[in-house]
Design a binder for this molecule. Structure first.
Ligand SMILES: [Zn+2]
Length: 269
């Protein structure tokens, strides 16, 4: 039997948007103002991802709302390196902005909404098109924890194949809840999922760890590709990866403080 979400995915692009526009339902209720610290981290995280070369004009970062788990905060459709607090929109888990005020949401916000729905432990989500990661999504070579800073990859870096859900005629974008749900399913319990021919998604238990995981997904991909040129590679084994990963997350402020100072110093208006 086919559900409404699957139907929307099959019908494709404009359908979800049209259904939303035609819906008589009132806009979702707001969870109220988020913790100002959360908003500050979200803005800084956007700037850091741009400064560290993980995103360019495309890509996005979101954080789950601290007052309601079925709401998240994400910038309007814009370059992450230019995000300010005024650009942040509250969105529900159907991808509907609570208070758009004329602002355009990201087309691929369903990446975020469906991962938050599927994974209660995930508090922040990054989406990137980093070129260093792309080769691992289009070949049979898995992205693995090549060094300790990429240890979170020990939980796996599965590849999402959009053709398995949308067939051969998609535009590659996660533009419906159904596609977002399929992506979240591919992520499973991992921290990172690669998207074939598109990019990747990194998650974390807060904004700082999600940003750090995104940075070291990109760095790890570069290091692994370099190592593979030299010969057979010895990766972290599952125990090594499982032991060091929480320690890196606990010390995230060391990187965050440095990255934040660089990114905000450079780009603050
Ligand atoms: Zn994308």
């Amino acid at each position: 039997m086919i559900g409404r979400r699957e139907l929307l995915a099959l019908l494709g692009a404009g359908t979800a948007g049209a259904a939303w526009a035609a819906s008589p339902a009132p806009p979702p209720a707001s969870a109220g103002p988020p913790d100002p610290k959360l908003l500050d981290e979200l803005v800084a995280g956007n700037r850091i991802l741009a400064d560290q070369g993980v995103v360019d004009g495309f890509g996005h970062l979101s954080v789950r709302h601290d007052k309601r788990p079925d709401r998240f905060l994400i910038a309007r459709s814009m370059a992450p390196g230019l995000v300010t607090p005024a650009d942040v929109m509250e969105t529900d888990l159907d991808g509907v902005p609570v208070d758009p005020r004329g602002r355009t949401p990201y087309m691929e916000r369903f990446i975020h909404s469906e991962i938050y729905r599927a994974r209660p432990d995930v508090m922040a989500v990054v989406h990137s098109h980093s070129p260093a990661v792309i080769p691992f999504g289009v070949t049979k070579v898995p992205l693995r924890p090549v060094y300790h800073m990429a240890s979170f990859l020990g939980a796996g870096a599965p590849v999402f194949e959009i053709r398995e859900v949308a067939g051969p005629d998609s535009d590659m974008l996660i533009r419906t809840p159904a596609l977002g749900r399929a992506l979240a399913k591919a992520l499973g319990q991992a921290q990172v999922v690669l998207m074939r021919g598109h990019g990747f998604v990194a998650t974390g238990s807060n904004v700082k760890t999600a940003v750090m995981h995104a940075v070291y997904t990109e760095v790890g991909a570069r290091v692994q590709a370099e190592a593979m040129k030299l010969g057979p590679v010895t990766y972290l084994n599952p125990t090594e990866a499982a032991k060091i990963s929480p320690q890196n997350d606990a010390l995230v402020d060391k990187n965050w403080d440095l990255w934040r100072a660089r990114a905000m110093g450079k780009q603050q208006p």
